[in-house]
Ligand binder design. Structure first.
Ligand code: HEM
Length: 164
């Protein structure tokens, strides 16, 4: 079964169709998607600014992470659930959208970046926890995150302008 045929099946499936055909459901889910973005990307950006040395330089990295990460994860979970529902309502439009594909690739890169950071770089945080200037791999992870999250938002916005 190809991805296209799965999208064709989803397009005619009842949940997606009811979201698409209702006057309010799609805008409400999209509003939730955008509000959750403030809690996911908005908070992740603060952590990235600490890693790249632009903000909260006097705060230990572990404290910034400890306070902000739980909220960011909840926001991200709402983003994924609302994003999947939006996708469900317009799978063929998304399939045909280069912006949607780019957005998924960027989300994948962000996932790999976060995994590498927590599995390798963050393991040694005790030795640079209070440093204003973090080690190069930590700064790199912060920059990759800032650039690719900006990309995800730009691509997300651009999906609306390509019709299937
Ligand atoms: C944290 C992760 C995400 C961020 C930051 C994000 C960001 C955005 C933004 C800024 C928009 C534009 C809203 C507007 O037009 O006003 C959008 C729309 C959308 N997103 Fe996401 N998104 C995320 C995750 C996802 C996921 C995981 C999916 C699907 C699997 C998804 C699917 C969609 C769809 C289908 C739209 C609607 C496009 C349209 O207007 O036709 N998003 N997203």
């Amino acid at each position: 079964m190809s991805i296209l045929s799965i999208c064709q099946w989803l397009q005619n499936e009842s949940i997606g169709t009811s979201i698409r055909e209702s006057l309010w459901t799609f805008p409400i889910i999209e509003t939730v998607h955008l509000l959750a973005l403030a809690f996911s990307v908005g908070i992740i950006v603060l952590v990235d600014l600490r890693l790249t040395g632009f903000a909260m330089k006097e705060q230990p990295v572990t404290e910034v992470f400890g306070r902000l990460q739980p909220m960011a994860l909840k926001g991200f979970a709402i983003n994924v659930v609302s994003g999947v529902l939006l996708f469900w309502s317009e799978p063929l439009k998304c399939y045909n959208s280069p912006y949607f594909r780019a957005k998924l690739i960027m989300l994948f890169v962000l996932g790999v970046n976060a995994l590498l950071f927590s599995a390798k770089t963050y393991k040694s945080v005790a030795s640079w926890d209070k440093a204003a200037v973090t080690p190069v791999p930590a700064r790199m992870a912060g920059w990759v995150s800032l650039v690719f999250w900006a990309g995800v938002i730009i691509m997300g916005r651009a999906i609306a302008y390509v019709s299937s």
